[in-house]
Design a protein around this ligand. Structure first.
Ligand code: ADP
Ligand code: MG
Length: 659
C-alpha cells in the first residue's frame, strides 16, 4: 500500500511501533514467567520456610515488585506523565493506582498480603493491551490484503522495444504500457493491442472474468489473466481507480459513527464516576466499620473495573470490520457514520437511467417529418451529442455509422434534464445550423412544436434551425439483477422503494411496474429530484434513513442531499464517487441489500459488545462492593471481556458470499 499518496512518512513510523510491540511481548512474557515462579514459591510455602513469618511477606513484596516493574514500568511512567499534563482519568492512571494500592496493603500487617494481585493486575492488563494491538493490526492487515490492489510497477516499452519496469507514479497519461498475463493493471487506460480476460474480483467481488479487447477501457486493480495487452493510459496513477479506492479506504476510519462518539463520551463520564465511587466506598466503609484494609481493597477493585478498554477498543474495531466486510462484496463505505446510517435505511430511492437500467439505449425507430431523410435526423443528433457523456448521447453516437468531425461543432450547451443545443458548420456552404436534441421540455423551451409518438420509449426530438425535423425513439434495458435488488430490499425490511427519473411518464411507469417499485416520479429536472428526496425524507421517521442510488450523471446533488448517497459506477463517473457516501464497485443494485445486511450485522455486534461489557462490569462492581469479588475476578473480568469483545468485533469482517 506504500504507493498510495501521502504515505511517504508512514513506513518509518510503523516500523518503530512494530519493534516496540515485539519488545513489549517479550517483556510481558518474561514478567509472566518470573511471576509464576514467585507465585509457586509463595503458595508452596517455600518462602515461609526460607524467611519465616513475617519475613516471607517482605520477601514476596520485594520479589513480586520485579515482574511488576518489568511488565508495568511503562504504564507507571505514562500515568505519571499524564498527571503532570492534567489528564488523570486514563487507564494508565487507574492501573497504577490500583496496583500500587494493592502493594501498599502490606502496610496493614493484620490482613492477607495482596502483592500477588497487584502484580497480576498489571500483568494481565498488559496481556490485554497486547491482544488489542494484535487484533487491530490483524484487521488493518486483512483490509489491506483485501485491498491489496496497488501495483508495484508498470511496464513501459522504450524506442528499441525493450521493456522497463517503472514506478506507476512516473507514467504520464497517454503512455503505452504493456501488461502481461498474471500482472495487475497498474493504471486506467484503453487497450490498443491484444485481447484478454480480466479478473475484477478485487474491485467488485465479481468472480466471473470479463473479456476485454482493443478499444475496451481497463481499470487499474484488475488482474490480466490470459493474454498480453498493450494499454494507452488515460489518467495519471494518482487519479486512477486504484489510488482513489485506497484513499477512500484509508480515510474511512476517520468518519466516526454516532455510537462511536457516544462511547467515547460515555467512557469520559464512566471512568471518573467509578473512580469517585471507589474513593467513597473505601472512605465511608472504612469510617463506618473501621475495617480499613478490607474497604480499601474493595475500592481498588472498583478501580480495576472502571477501565473502559473493552468498549473503547471493540466499538471502532467492529465498524472497521464492517467496512472491511462490505469491501469484500465490492461495496465501499466511506465511514463508520455511513455504515451506521445504512443500517437504519427504510426508504431506498433509485435514479432510473444507468442505475436500474443499463444506460445503453438502442435506437428503436426514427420518425422523420414529411420529406426528411431519417439519416438526416440521426446524423444531426449524433453531431449535437458529440461532446456529451450522457448515456443517451453515447447510444445515439453508437447508432450513427458515419464519422463525426468534431471540428465542425461549435458552442455546445448541455441543459441537464432537457437535452443539448449546438451549432454545426455546414461544409458545403460554410454556413451554420443550430441543432437541438432533447425532450418535450427542450422543444417547448425554444418554442418549437413537436409531434407525439405512439411508441413507448425515450423520445429524442430533433430540430434544425428552429424547424422540427423528427424524433428518434430509443429504449433502455432494465439491468439483469434490478428486479432481484428490489425484492431483496423489501425482503430485508426496507419499507419503501421509489424511482425518480427525468424520462417520460410512460417509460417510468413501465419500468416501475416491471420491477415492483412502490412509487415513481417522472419528468423531473435535477433540481426537482432534490425536492422530491427532501419531501420523502421529511415524510419518514426520525430514526429512519433514506438512501438514494444514482449513477452521478445529473444526480450528484441528490446523492449529497440523501441521508446515504449510494453511487453506481465506480467504473465510471468521478462525480458520483465524490458525492456519494457508499460506492457500489460493480454497478449491481442487488448489492445494496447485502450492504444493508452487513451494516445491520455490524450494529448488532457493536451493541452486543456494549451491553455485554457493561453488564459484566456492573456485576463485578456490585460483587466488589459486597466484598465478594476480589481483584483477581476484576482483572479477569476486564481483560476477559475485552478479549471476547474484540473476537466478537472481528466477526463483522466475515460476510456471507464474499471471496
Ligand atoms: P434519469 O433521471 O432517468 O437518469 P436524466 O435526468 O439524465 O435521466 O435525463 C432526463 C431526460 O432529459 C432524458 O430522458 C432526456 O429526455 C433528456 N436528456 C438529458 N440529457 C440529454 C442529452 N444529452 N441528449 C438528449 N436528451 C437528454
Ligand atoms: Mg441518470
Amino acid at each position: 500500500m506504500a504507493q498510495a499518496k501521502g504515505t511517504a512518512a508512514k513506513p518509518k513510523k510503523k516500523r518503530r511501533k512494530k519493534e516496540s510491540q515485539q519488545h513489549k511481548t517479550k517483556r510481558v512474557l518474561l514478567a509472566l514467567a518470573i511471576f509464576f515462579v514467585i507465585f509457586a514459591l509463595d503458595e508452596t510455602g517455600l518462602l515461609r520456610a526460607a524467611f519465616g513469618t513475617p519475613g516471607n511477606v517482605y520477601a514476596s513484596f520485594v520479589l513480586y515488585l520485579v515482574p511488576f516493574a518489568i511488565a508495568g514500568h511503562d504504564v507507571l511512567e505514562k500515568a505519571f506523565n499524564n498527571i503532570r499534563h492534567g489528564k488523570v482519568f486514563d487507564e494508565n492512571f487507574l492501573m497504577a493506582v490500583a496496583t500500587l494500592g494493592a502493594f501498599a496493603m502490606v502496610l496493614f500487617p493484620n490482613t492477607d498480603p495482596h502483592m500477588a494481585e497487584g502484580a497480576a493486575v498489571m500483568l494481565f492488563y498488559q496481556v490485554g493491551e497486547l491482544f488489542q494491538a494484535y487484533a487491530v493490526g490483524k484487521s488493518r492487515k486483512s483490509i489491506a490484503d483485501m485491498m491489496d490492489i496497488a501495483p508495484d510497477y508498470a511496464n513501459v516499452e522504450d524506442e528499441k522495444g525493450v521493456l522497463a519496469q517503472v514506478s506507476p507514479d512516473d507514467v504520464a497519461p497517454g503512455t503505452v504500457i504493456v501488461i502481461k498475463p498474471g500482472e495487475r493493471v497498474p493504471i486506467d487506460g484503453v487497450i490498443v493491442e491484444g485481447a484478454t480476460q480480466l479478473d475484477t474480483a478485487a474491485l467488485t467481488g465479481e468472480s466471473v472474468p470479463r473479456h476485454a479487447e482493443v478499444g475496451a477501457d481497463v481499470i487499474s486493480g484488475c488482474i490480466n489473466m490470459t493474454g498480453l495487452i498493450k494499454v494507452r493510459t488515460t489518467k495519471p496513477f494518482g487519479e486512477s481507480t486504484v489510488s482513489r479506492i485506497l484513499e477512500l479506504v484509508e480515510n474511512a476510519s476517520e468518519k466516526k459513527a454516532r455510537t462511536e462518539n457516544f462511547i467515547t463520551r460515555f467512557a469520559r463520564v464512566y471512568t471518573p464516576a467509578v473512580t469517585g465511587a471507589a474513593a467513597a466506598l473505601a472512605l465511608i466503609g472504612g469510617l463506618v466499620t473501621g475495617a480499613w484494609s478490607d474497604w480499601i481493597l474493595r475500592g481498588l477493585t472498583f478501580l480495576v473495573v472502571s477501565c473502559p478498554c473493552a468498549l473503547v477498543i471493540s466499538v471502532p474495531l467492529s465498524f472497521f470490520g464492517g467496512i472491511g466486510g462490505a469491501s469484500r462484496i465490492g461495496v465501499l463505505v466511506k465511514g463508520s457514520n455511513y455504515l451506521e446510517a445504512l443500517s437504519e435505511v427504510d426508504t431506498v430511492v433509485f435514479d432510473k437511467t444507468g442505475t436500474l437500467t443499463n444506460g445503453t439505449f438502442d435506437v428503436v425507430a426514427i420518425h422523420p417529418e414529411e420529406g426528411i431523410d431519417p439519416d438526416y435526423v440521426l446524423s444531426h443528433a449524433a453531431y449535437a451529442e458529440a461532446f456529451s457523456d450522457h448515456p443517451i448521447a453515447i447510444s445515439v453516437k453508437a447508432a450513427y455509422s458515419g464519422q463525426i468531425n468534431r471540428e465542425l461543432i461549435r458552442d455546445v450547451q448541455e441543459e441537464s434534464g432537457h437535452g443539448v443545443c449546438a451549432r454545426i458548420v455546414d461544409e458545403t456552404n460554410a454556413g451554420e445550423r443550430v441543432v437541438l436534441v432533447g425532450n418535450d421540455k427542450l422543444m417547448d423551451g425554444h418554442g418549437i412544436s413537436w409531434s407525439n409518438c405512439e411508441l413507448t420509449g425515450t423520445i429524442l426530438h430533433v430540430s434544425v434551425d428552429g424547424r422540427y425535423v423528427g424524433h428518434i425513439v430509443i429504449a433502455d434495458v432494465v439491468k439483469d439483477d434490478a428486479q432481484a435488488a428490489i425484492e431483496a430490499l423489501h425482503g430485508c425490511g426496507v419499507s419503501k422503494t421509489a424511482m425518480l427519473t427525468g424520462d417520460r411518464t410512460e417509460v417510468a411507469a413501465a419500468v416501475a411496474e416491471q420491477l415492483g417499485i412502490d412509487e415513481f416520479h417522472a419528468q423531473l429536472l435535477p433540481a426537482d429530484k432534490v425536492a422530491r428526496v427532501e419531501q420523502l425524507i421529511s415524510a419518514e421517521g426520525k430514526r429512519e434513513k433514506l438512501a438514494f442510488v444514482g449513477d452521478g450523471i445529473n444526480d450528484a446533488p441528490v446523492l449529497t442531499r440523501a441521508d446515504v448517497g449510494i453511487a453506481m459506477g465506480a467504473m465510471g463517473s468521478d462525480a458520483a464517487i465524490e458525492a456519494a457516501d457508499v460506492v457500489l464497485m460493480d454497478d449491481k443494485p442487488s448489492n445494496i441489500a447485502r450492504a444493508i445486511r452487513v451494516a445491520r450485522k455490524t450494529m448488532r455486534i457493536v451493541w452486543q459488545n456494549i451491553v455485554f461489557a457493561l453488564a459484566v462490569k456492573l456485576i463485578i462492581l456490585v460483587l466488589a462492593a459486597l466484598g465478594i469479588a476480589n481483584m483477581w475476578l476484576a482483572v479477569f473480568g476486564d481483560v476477559g471481556v475485552a478479549i471476547i469483545a474484540i473476537l466478537n468485533a472481528m466477526r463483522a469482517m466475515r460476510v456471507e458470499g464474499s471471496r
